[in-house]
Design a protein around this ligand. Structure first.
Ligand SMILES: Nc1nc2c(ncn2[C@@H]2O[C@H](COP(=O)(O)OP(=O)(O)OP(=O)(O)O)[C@@H](O)[C@H]2O)c(=O)[nH]1
Ligand SMILES: [Mg+2]
Length: 382
């Protein structure tokens, strides 16, 4: 769902962390949240079951101020890895500009890794995208455990195309930012090739020296200098990294039925003591949209899902009105909000019983509208 505001030279891109259940997608996003300077990210939103399994998605907005002469806003999402949530995975994948495949390096997870990669390929194909031409980075996760497969085996099985790959330990952060930088680089390159992102402006003689390269600029803007460095450097294909003393992760046996979840939306922080009130939608909202987003999030958090959908409907109508007079469909078209999502969202109005995932979906559509408004700079015209 890339978009470019040419005046501000601002690019918005969507990156999805994909992979089998329990491979470490949510942990990766949390680590990014902890590592990136607060000024460069919003709140993280997680919708999970009691056992911390992702039910719908995790979302984290990140802003990189300058990449070349563009600002980049990244919308980072994770999918739920459990096999029975495929409809949700497909939905979250919609409009993605790049994917990080988070593989679990343990031998017993290989079947699940393979299945998940095949599932990614299939779901992208349904969106008209071929995986072998799509920005993709492999994240070999849980390298801190003793019994992990050699990288060569993972590569042979899961990365025959030879896309960039990183050994990571999401729990301690090792390699996580390197992975994010690599996918950002690939996405920008891809958007430049498709001419969605303008080529860099030639530098004016006498202007201040540009920081060296995209890598350096991403590092400079992402790294939280108050935090200790995330760990040793990533090695590329140099055999398994030295194991750190960490308890092995118990693998939960797959369950045949969808559990009835206790769901929370929680901004996540390592140092946080209680839930913060600001959710992802209100973090993206501007002007008087803020109160509406807050109302929708508050209703969600207190389990009033129908109220949440009503609040989102109200907020979306007001937000789309920034695109000018006309029907909702015309306004959505002008803002390039996904039509299928909007139709499904409108269908909620006639639905008798609003469930948790309906409310989460309404918040998702609201966030999408805010991201689009921000990308075209419309709320500033208020
Ligand atoms: N040792 C170790 N444990 C990890 C690592 N990454 C994640 N874990 C653990 O693995 C378990 C699952 O992690 P999650 O991040 O919730 O996995 P997920 O991929 O989001 O799972 P779903 O939401 O079900 O798809 C948790 O207990 C994490 O602490 C890692 O690099 N090393
Ligand atoms: Mg998860």
């Amino acid at each position: 769902m890339s978009s470019v505001n040419l005046m501000a030279r601002e690019v918005a891109a969507k990156i999805v962390f994909y992979g089998p259940g329990l491979s470490g997608k949510t942990t990766t996003l949390r680590k990014i949240y902890e590592t990136v300077r607060p000024a460069h990210r919003g709140e993280m939103m997680s919708i999970a079951t009691e056992g911390d399994r992702t039910l719908f998605f995790d979302f984290l907005p990140v802003k990189v101020e300058r990449v070349g002469d563009c600002s980049v806003r990244l919308a980072l999402y994770t999918v739920p890895g459990q096999v029975f949530y495929n409809a949700t995975r497909k939905l979250v994948l919609q409009g993605a500009d790049g994917v990080v495949f988070v593989a679990d390096s343990q031998p017993e997870a290989m079947d699940a890794n393979r299945e998940s990669l095949a599932n990614l390929e299939e779901n992208l194909f349904e969106h008209g995208i071929r995986l072998d031409r799509f920005p993709l980075v492999m994240q070999w996760n849980k390298r801190d455990l003793d019994s992990v497969l050699p990288v060569e085996v993972l590569r042979k099985e899961l990365n025959p195309r030879g896309v960039p790959e990183f050994e990571t330990a999401a729990t301690n952060g090792r390699g996580v930012l390197d992975t994010l930088k690599a996918i950002t680089r690939l996405v920008i390159k891809d958007l430049r090739a498709k001419r969605i992102v303008p080529p860099p402006r030639p530098t004016t003689p006498g202007a201040g020296a540009q920081p060296a390269g995209l890598e350096a600029q991403l590092t400079q803007h992402l790294q939280n200098r108050q935090q200790p460095p995330p760990g040793p450097q990533v090695s590329f294909g140099g055999g398994p990294a030295p194991a750190l003393a960490t308890a092995p992760v118990p693998r939960v046996a797959p369950v045949a039925v969808v559990p009835q979840p206790r769901v929370e939306v929680s901004p996540v922080s390592a140092t946080q003591t209680g839930p913060k009130l600001l959710g992802a939608a209100s973090a993206l909202a501007s002007g008087d949209m803020f109160d509406h987003a807050r109302a929708a999030e508050a209703a969600f958090m207190s389990g009033e899902y129908a109220t949440c959908v009503t609040a989102c409907t109200d907020a979306i109508r007001r937000a789309l009105a920034f695109a000018g007079e006309g029907s909702l469909a015309q306004q959505a078209y002008l803002l390039r909000v996904d039509g299928a999502d909007l139709l499904r969202f409108q269908g909620l109005a006639t639905q008798q019983h609003i469930r948790v995932d309906d409310a989460a979906f309404a918040l998702y559509v609201l966030m999408q509208v805010f991201v689009r408004l921000n990308a075209v700079g419309l709320p500033n015209a208020e």
